[in-house]
Design a protein around this ligand. Sequence first.
Ligand SMILES: Nc1nc2c(ncn2[C@@H]2O[C@H](COP(=O)(O)OP(=O)(O)O)[C@@H](O)[C@H]2O)c(=O)[nH]1
Ligand SMILES: [Mg+2]
Length: 225
Amino acid sequence: MDGQASTRSPDPDLRSLFNRARFLLGAMSPAQIPADTGAEVAFAGRSNAGKSSALNRLCDRRGLARTSKQPGRTQQINFFTLDDDAALRLADLPGYGFAKVPLAQRRRWEQLIRRYLEGRRSLRGLVLIMDVRHPLKDSDRLLLDWAAARSVPVHCVLTKADKLKRGARVETLRRVEAAVQGTGIGVQLFSATAGTGVESLRRRLAGWLGDGAGSGGRAKKSPTR
Ligand SMILES: Nc1nc2c(ncn2[C@@H]2O[C@H](COP(=O)(O)OP(=O)(O)O)[C@@H](O)[C@H]2O)c(=O)[nH]1
Ligand SMILES: [Mg+2]
């Protein structure tokens, strides 16, 4: 397949880790953010980029994160847990960069995101979801700069890959790879509808989440990875 979106055979342990995901809570203010323990991976991206769809596909759970054709509807940080103790979590950040949202509301979200990102010690990595047709917008670059300044690992997911012909999506992949070259940031193609790149994303996340995610989420060390 294209670049890192390889066709390696699916890993059932990895699938079952993410398949256990369930909704924990939605935080509308910093006070509602869950305890800063364990390990967490956050999903960020512009509104309508395909973040919720990517989360659903990652976890093979259609209705897990709400998806919408109407942009800008996720107004809170939604937390999902992968284990019984909520020690392994995914965080779905509110989409940014959507102009039609009233300024006051946008400010509130931006502040919520900033407060979350600045203090989060359990944050192991940031998945930046970008529409493969519109990568690296200003707001995406701001987030990359922020993550670099704080040494938070980033993985760029170019989603909706099914919307472009092979040549065009590979060209975009190479362009984004070139833009982040030397930073350690990963880049991959993805499609929530076609399932492209799901395995690569699961591997990256399991690596970040560490030992607790090693064997199907059963808090054991995995000698195979
Ligand atoms: N063709 C295609 N459409 C997608 C894909 N991912 C998301 N979408 C569509 O893009 C729109 C926004 O998706 P959503 O996941 O709600 O975006 P979010 O605002 O970033 O959470 C919805 O209409 C989805 O059905 C994809 O991989 N391929
Ligand atoms: Mg969403």
